[in-house]
Design a protein around this ligand. Structure first.
Ligand SMILES: Cc1ncc(COP(=O)(O)O)c(C=O)c1O
Length: 379
């Protein structure tokens, strides 16, 4: 099956009970047993649930993996990956990454003895400088949130392989419509399914997808043992979201391009961060590893004035000022005071998250309306 067909049918079968085309929402915590251990494959819904299983199979299919795991949030999925490690292990991570991931690494796992190196990975040769005998994992986010840096997944996978490390890629921004990290050599793909996968801003969920059976078993063990699973209702919603992922993404990309080009020609705008520009430092890598450039666009204003940036996001009428991204509706965020407020100012400014930076999640409304909205808000 090709990708668009997989979003609708991948890993799915009609429900055996009545042939329902969509999987029923198995809103149950437990399952009757005829004798201890005599059940139909399901014992308790933290461990397995048929609706969640249908979703996990869909995750595996669209990412060209073999095993999918669904969690109660993107951070819960990341938490499970780091629990593969032991005290004393080291992780080499992208320095420009979602603030909540940074907080999880530094405020939770650091105190359990795991060491994180946050480094620029735009040039992958930088990575090897931080690898030693304690390194176990490379954590990559590409495109990065919110600076839209691009990291070469294939080249990073070669480094991980050479040193026998795991490579995990946060594929939230690109989605498998644009980029499939497992095909490029990654071991683990992670998603905040809250975003484009769900696609309608109506759920919070995380996903992991892997190919290797041993790795999958270790992660399933953590999923069940730590227990950060999602419920059947949310599983159903995410499955429904996946079925339109390809057509939503196509429009996100078209509108993202139009908005990026509009901002790039605006006299009050200092810089626009979008990997589709030829001037983007890793445009060639983006072109090679992605099918298009997505709907996320960040920009700064001339003068880098905090209050002016706040005024712009307040003035927007179609773009909603809100955390999150990837829904059908356009959203705007001010990373310095919102998503990345948990990263110290000096740290965030090093990666470009300055006071005037505004991040747009360009939705699937009419392009003309989005541009008119930005025009009136920027002035
Ligand atoms: C790139 C990225 N990774 C991970 C997360 C965390 O996901 P969640 O909010 O579903 O826990 C987010 C949330 O914004 C994100 O943008």
């Amino acid at each position: 099956m090709k990708f668009n067909t997989k979003t609708i049918h991948g890993g799915q079968e009609h429900d055996p009970a009545y042939g329902s085309v969509m999987p029923p929402i198995y809103q149950t915590s437990t399952y009757a047993q005829s004798t201890p251990g005599g059940h139909k494959g399901y014992e308790y819904s933290r461990t397995h649930n048929p609706t969640r299983n249908a979703l996990e199979n869909a995750f595996a299919s669209i990412e060209n993996g073999k095993h999918g795991l669904a969690f109660g949030s993107g951070l819960a999925a990341i938490d499970a990956v780091i629990k593969l490690l032991e005290p004393g292990d080291e992780v080499v991570s992208t320095n420009d990454l979602y603030g909540g991931t940074y907080r999880l690494f530094t405020s939770i796992f650091k105190k359990f003895g795991i060491k994180f190196h946050f480094i620029g990975m735009e040039n992958v040769s930088n990575i090897e400088r931080y690898i030693n005998e304690k390194t176990k994992l490379i954590w990559v986010e590409t495109p990065t949130n919110p600076m839209m840096n691009i990291i070469d997944i294939k080249a990073t996978a070669a480094i991980a392989k050479k040193h026998q490390l795991l490579l995990a890629v946060d594929n939230t921004f690109a989605t498998p419509y644009l980029q499939r990290p497992l095909d490029l050599g990654a071991d683990i793909v992670m998603h905040s399914a809250t975003k484009y996968i769900g696609g309608h801003s109506d759920l919070v969920m995380g996903a992991l997808i892997v190919k290797d059976k041993d790795l999958a078993d270790r992660l399933y063990f953590i999923q069940n043992a730590s227990g950060a699973v999602c419920g059947p209702q949310d599983s159903f919603l995410a499955l429904r979201g996946i079925k339109t992922l390809h057509i939503r993404m196509q429009r996100h990309c078209e509108n993202g391009r139009a908005v990026a080009e509009f901002l790039n020609n605006h006299p009050k705008i200092e810089a626009v961060y979008w990997p589709g520009f030829e001037s983007h430092p890793n445009h060639d890598i983006a072109k090679a590893q992605m099918n298009d450039f997505g709907g996320m666009v960040s920009f700064t204003t001339k003068g880098n004035n905090y209050e002016e940036a706040i005024k712009i996001v307040e003035n927007l009428k179609i773009f909603t000022l809100a955390e999150s991204l990837g829904g059908v509706e356009s959203l705007a965020g001010h990373p310095a005071s919102m998503t990345h407020a948990s990263i110290p100012k000096e740290e965030r400014e090093k990666t470009g998250v300055v006071d005037s930076l505004i991040r747009l999640s360009v939705g699937i409304e009419d392009e003309e309306d989005l541009i008119a909205d930005l025009k009136q808000a920027i002035g």
